[in-house]
Ligand binder design. Structure first.
Ligand SMILES: [Zn+2]
Length: 562
């Protein structure tokens, strides 16, 4: 039984960790630490909604718990600029109003984001260098550089008198990243010498054996695939993967091709990267409009839409909706990215459209060439991390239950003394020899609609979900005070029949007959009672539709008295 957020009482002398999002799903990462009556937050990201939440694309953690204690919040540390770690900040910061700490690249991305959110423009963003220590009340936070699929990612070491916690963020052990340095192994080994109470880390690929590999392999693999292509090449990847963008540019250069970039988020990321000194040694991108002047075998397009997003460039290209890029036989589209779980159907739609148009599609795992490298550690890398850090306790986060359990299993195999698998809202006391889940608080997920943020369980969303399966009937009847009909009833159905089809339209006529019958059968006294009329008609209509179509539609009845 989850405790309500107001009821939670913590002993201020103990150090606590509470994952508020991201510890039973991908995305919506939001983690809290509490000590001596003060709080520290790490990451505040978005997630992507699936078909269970119709009309909604973006989800974020409900910050209500932290908002209620925001005067005790010392700061928000952002480990890196991926959407699932940074994306909710522009929306939710006005409810927390704490200083933000991150590396220069993350700051450059965040600053661009808050431009569109006037309430967040007052945000104090503090740029922290890897290795630097920030004093945040009773917490000392040290940033340690780790390799990941976006520049300037950091793990955070939280030092308190109760012990030292390594909060990994997302990372891998790419031995030769093409931008930035490899993960700072020496700093992590030093921590292990000094003693680490808990390692709280990335579970994404903990079910995958071996090692991730290197971005340098992807650069080589892309170059090899490019060499086999005769026509245009379109490559899609995450816009934040600056290293991949550089790999694509180098592969293009090696094959005598020029590169252009399509998609707003990609241009934003490139601007942030250039501001921080990345991509400086690359040949300049060709303007999208000048690309047509080049022969097809000299063109490379880097585009958004690797997750099948309907509004992104690749999806438009696949539908033939982008006049500047028309693909056909002889052209190649390379997916230099993995599907985020849940996006497979949308991606397949895009691939099917492309293949139907004669385009050759290349995806990771379906070619002998390495064209994508994950940003997350596989099992051997996580085992290395345990060996370096030597934690007393491992807490798997960042993943669905399957990935969390896979990391727990690995930690036990690596002889880690204690493993605690949390869920969102688990209140975990971190104490030498006595760590445990001591409580559980309610957590929530907010859904972003165009104009508002609402609870994922908001009645509007619950209703919408039902409507997908049932359809709707609206009925208006006008009665006088005695209960006689004074006008013909008006009836509309939505999502039940083909209104162009004479036969199917009969349902509406039949329903109107049913309305007359029901009113005809009612007692005079009941006909004077709005509620009785309403209920008799509503139930009768649902019963009739269920008899004919085997669905019980959402039915609204308006009774008007004149
Ligand atoms: Zn990430």
């Amino acid at each position: 039984m989850a405790r309500t957020q107001e009821e939670l009482q913590l002993d201020p002398q103990d150090l606590h960790f509470i994952p508020m999002g991201g510890s039973e799903q991908f995305g919506v990462n939001f983690n809290l630490y509490a000590y001596q009556g003060k709080w520290l937050a790490i990451d505040l990201g978005i997630g992507f909604a699936d078909h269970r939440i119709p009309g909604v694309d973006i989800l974020m953690p409900d910050p209500a718990f932290m908002e209620a204690r925001r005067h005790e919040l010392e700061g928000l540390i952002v480990t890196h600029a991926h959407e699932d770690h940074v994306g909710a900040i522009p929306y939710l910061w006005p409810r927390l109003k704490c200083p933000v700490y991150c590396t220069a690249f993350t700051a450059a991305v965040l600053k661009r984001k808050i431009e569109e959110h006037p309430d967040s423009r007052k945000m104090e963003i503090n740029v922290v260098e890897p290795g630097e220590i920030v004093d945040l009340g009773p917490f000392k936070a040290r940033f340690i550089h780790v390799a990941h699929s976006i520049p300037q990612t950091c793990a955070v070491v939280i030092e308190t008198p109760e012990g030292r916690v390594v909060h990994s963020g997302d990372w891998n052990l790419d031995p030769a990243p093409v931008v930035d340095a490899p993960t700072d192994e020496a700093a992590l080994q030093d921590l292990g010498q000094d003693g680490v109470l808990a390692y709280i880390g990335d579970s994404t690929n903990c079910a995958v054996d071996g090692r991730t590999g290197s971005e340098a392999d992807a650069e080589k693999g892309l170059e090899e695939v490019f060499a086999t292509c005769k026509g245009r090449i379109v490559v899609t990847t995450f816009s934040s993967n600056i290293g991949r963008m550089q790999s694509i540019c180098k592969a293009a250069e090696a094959n005598g091709r020029s590169v252009t970039v399509i998609g707003r988020s990609m241009h934003n990321m490139i601007a942030a990267a250039r501001e921080c000194g990345y991509l400086g040694n690359m040949r300049p991108f060709v303007d999208e409009r000048d690309m047509e002047d080049l022969p097809a075998d000299q063109q490379v397009y880097i585009v958004t839409g690797s997750q099948g997003e309907a509004r992104a460039a690749l999806s438009k290209i696949s539908r033939g909706d982008m006049s500047s890029v028309r693909l056909g036989k002889g052209d190649t589209v390379i997916f230099s990215a993995r599907p985020i779980p849940g996006n497979e159907k949308e991606i397949d739609t895009v691939k099917n459209n492309l293949v139907a148009g004669g385009v050759h599609v290349v995806s990771p795992g379906e070619t002998p060439h390495t064209i994508h490298i994950s940003g997350h550690p596989c099992r051997d890398e996580v085992a290395d991390m345990y060996r370096w850090v030597k934690p007393e306790l491992v807490i798997p986060v960042h993943g669905e239950r399957m990935q969390l359990e896979a990391q727990a299993d690995l930690a036990r195999k690596c002889q880690i003394g204690q493993v605690i698998v949390p869920g969102n809202g688990s209140v975990i006391k971190l104490k030498k020899g006595a760590s445990a889940i001591i409580d559980h608080i309610e957590t929530g997920i907010l859904a972003l609609e165009s104009g508002r943020l609402i609870d994922m369980d908001h009645p509007a969303i619950r209703e919408r979900r039902k409507l997908q399966f049932t359809g709707v009937v609206h009925l208006t009847v006008v009665l006088n005070a005695r209960g006689d009909l004074v006008a013909d009833p008006e009836l509309t159905t939505i999502g039940l029949i083909d209104s162009e089809d004479e036969d199917e339209l009969r349902l509406e006529d039949d329903l109107l007959d049913e309305v007359s019958d029901i009113l005809g059968d009612m007692e005079r006294g009941d006909l004077k009672d709005d509620h009785a009329v309403h209920e008799e008609l509503r139930i009768g209509i649902r019963r009739h539709v269920n008899l004919v179509l085997r669905v019980k539609p959402k039915t609204t009845v308006h009774v008007i008295r004149v």
